[in-house]
Design a protein around this ligand. Structure first.
Ligand code: FAD
Ligand code: NAD
Length: 474
């Protein structure tokens, strides 16, 4: 009997649904199995999209509250209607997840609602969402695991999604908390901490390390912490949270200095209305049957794969958050495309050195390639061009001048090795440098390309000119 499917994808997030579409485009009979009742995964349902919707709404409010008057626009009676704000966010999510369902139909991908389990090579059983319905068994030539990730728990701090929340609960708080503690000064902590601060919370960010956004270029993360502090976030660095107790009148967080020598090593408590746990995410493989079928799992739960995204078991592949690397939607999507193409007999690869990372605070923070710290550690000689937004005419018109663009290029060849931006629309500006890096271009390439005036991208050009010490506008 021939296999019913060429490919069954388990998980309908950015990795899984994109792989399914590409596989279908290449003529493979494909099904995608998703257990949450909606396509789009973490990203569309409880991640990228709802967080960016709330960041935009809260930014509008902050602008109206703090910046409009300066532009000669007087507003009175301004207030937050949180119910409407949350409903708008939900509508954006609904529209986009519904859109993915339409894309499945358009591409003739079967969308099977339920939790998938690998029974054997070439066999996936699906436990339907409705309790009494019978499990369905799918025969398939290939299986693709795209089951994503979940919140990393913190021992002693039990998430109830009401008073002690993960990012999911923090995207649906029914009222603005007076006070909030965020554990972890990473991407989620700074994005969602900013949302609730803008809406009126007093937010304290507690971080284990001595830097916010660890892994980012040091100069950028320091600048980010300075700007966010000026905006009103309080940072408590080098601090270890040891427990949290939720009660009727709030949550008591207990903490101690990470290093005993700091502030005498004394433990302290912080009483807040809501605690957000944002200390990272871990791979999600529960109930998949990996052990039974012999799929290896690494130390921290990630699934190891070879260059073709195949696990140690032939015919079983894995992509996205579940295989580790940057836990980003665009990385997961690209793996979806390349993996489907490889299964269809084509070749493909991803340049993991040219994947942008963006933090959607205001100003935005964006990075691609190597940081200065990494280049120094690797002993690579580089030149640096840096241009502040205060010297960019468009940023001045917009009254949005915090931050800078930094480009790092090889000292001998001028090849662009990295770019780090903190400033207005940094997330859009970085793309130009990503493109140049993909083509192995030089700083001079960027510097000689005409950039529209007055535009924020002119800052990227000036930073590129700065690599050779010949910026014009500074
Ligand atoms: P997921 O999106 O996690 O999808 C996996 C899917 O598999 C889930 O829907 C799950 O229900 C399903 N599943 C799991 N097991 C089974 C099973 N056995 N059977 C059936 N279905 C199963 N990234 C960005 O690039 N930009 C951002 O702005 C951004 N913002 C974020 C904000 C937040 C608050 C969070 C939490 C994450 C954010 N991310 C962002 C990260 C991004 O969401 C992830 O990197 C991305 O979703 C990973 O895609 P994936 O398909 O690998 O996994
Ligand atoms: P993260 O890895 O970005 O940050 C976690 C932070 O928590 C780090 O600064 C870490 O040092 C700190 N930490 C860890 N343990 C701690 C402890 N016990 N006490 C105090 N601090 C502690 O993780 P995240 O912010 O939870 O985000 C999870 C993932 O989601 C990330 O990998 C990120 O890529 C992705 N994400 C991306 C975006 C985006 O692209 N804009 C937005 C949100 C989330």
């Amino acid at each position: 009997m021939s296999d019913a499917y060429d490919l069954v994808v388990i998980g309908g997030g950015p990795a899984g649904y994109v792989a399914a579409i590409r596989a279908a485009q290449l003529g493979m009979k494909t099904a995608v199995v998703e257990g949450r009742g909606a396509l789009g995964g973490t990203c569309l349902n409880v991640g990228c999209i709802p967080s960016k919707a709330m960041l935009q709404s809260s930014h509008h409010y902050e602008m109206a509250d703090k910046e409009f008057a300066h532009h000669g626009i007087d507003v009175s009676g301004l207030k937050v209607n949180l119910k409407t704000m949350l409903a708008r966010k939900d509508k954006v999510v609904e529209g986009l997840t519904g859109g993915i369902e339409m894309l499945m139909k358009k591409n003739k991908v079967d969308y099977i609602k339920g939790w998938g389990k690998i029974d054997a090579v070439g066999k996936v059983s699906v436990k339907p969402l409705e309790g009494k319905a019978k499990a369905q068994v799918l025969d398939t030539a290939n299986i693709l695991i795209a089951t994503g990730s979940e919140v990393t728990p913190l021992p002693g701090v039990e998430i109830d999604e009401k008073q002690i929340v993960s990012s999911t609960g923090a995207l649906a708080l029914p009222k603005v908390p007076k006070t909030m503690a965020v554990i972890g000064a990473g991407v989620i902590g700074l994005e969602l901490g900013s949302v609730w601060r803008r809406l009126g919370s007093e937010v304290t960010v507690v971080e284990f390390l001595d830097v916010a956004l660890p892994g980012m270029d040091g100069e950028v993360s320091k600048h980010a912490q300075r700007i966010l502090t000026k905006q009103g976030l309080t940072f408590k660095m080098k601090t270890k949270v040891t427990g949290a107790k939720a009660g009727k009148d709030g949550v008591t967080l207990t903490m101690e200095p990470r290093d005993a020598k700091d502030s005498g090593g004394k433990a302290e408590t912080l009483k807040v209305d809501v605690v957000l746990v944002a200390i990272g995410r871990r791979p999600f493989t529960e109930g998949l049957g990996l052990k039974e079928v012999g799929v290896e799992v690494g130390d921290r739960g990630f699934i190891p794969v070879d260059a073709d995204y195949q696990t140690n078991v032939e015919g079983i592949y894995a992509i996205g958050d579940v295989i580790g690397g940057a836990m980003l939607a665009h990385k997961a999507e690209d793996e979806g495309v390349v993996c489907a193409e490889i299964m269809a007999g084509q070749t493909g690869h991803i340049d993991y050195g040219a994947i942008p990372g963006i933090v959607y605070t205001h100003p935005e923070i964006a990075a691609v390639g190597k940081t200065e710290e990494q280049l120094k550690e690797a002993g690579i000689a580089y030149n640096k061009g840096k241009f502040p937004f205060t010297a960019n005419s468009r940023a001045r018109c917009n009254d949005d001048t915090d931050g800078f663009v930094k480009i790092l290029a090889d000292a001998t060849t001028d090849k662009v090795l990295g770019c780090h931006i903190i400033g207005p629309q940094a997330g859009d500006l970085i793309q130009e440098v990503v493109n140049v890096m993909e083509f192995e271009g030089s700083a001079e390439d960027i510097a000689r390309i005409c950039h529209g005036h007055p535009g924020l991208p002119e800052s990227v050009k000036e930073a590129a000119l700065g690599v050779a010490g010949r910026a014009i506008h500074i």
